[in-house]
Ligand binder design. Structure first.
Ligand SMILES: [Zn+2]
Length: 57
C-alpha cells in the first residue's frame, strides 16, 4: 500500500504488514513519519517532531 508524505506529498511505499508506530522515511525530503492506522485500517503517515540542531544553512 502507499502513503503520502504530509510535507512534500510524495508517495511512499509501505509494507502491507506494517504496524502502527512503525517509522518510515520519505525518500524525497527525508522526513521521518510514523505509521498510523485509523478505524477502517487505512494507513496514515504522521510527521514525527524531532528536535534537531539547526544546521544553519
Ligand atoms: Zn516528503
Amino acid at each position: 500500500m502507499k502513503g503520502k508524505c504530509p510535507d512534500c506529498s510524495a508517495e511512499i511505499e509501505i509494507a502491507d504488514d506494517s504496524i502502527e508506530g512503525e517509522i518510515v522515511v520519505c525518500p524525497d525530503c527525508g522526513l521521518e513519519l510514523e505509521v498510523k492506522k485509523d478505524a477502517t485500517g487505512k494507513i496514515e503517515l504522521r510527521q514525527i517532531t524531532i528536535e534537531r540542531e539547526d544546521w544553519g544553512e
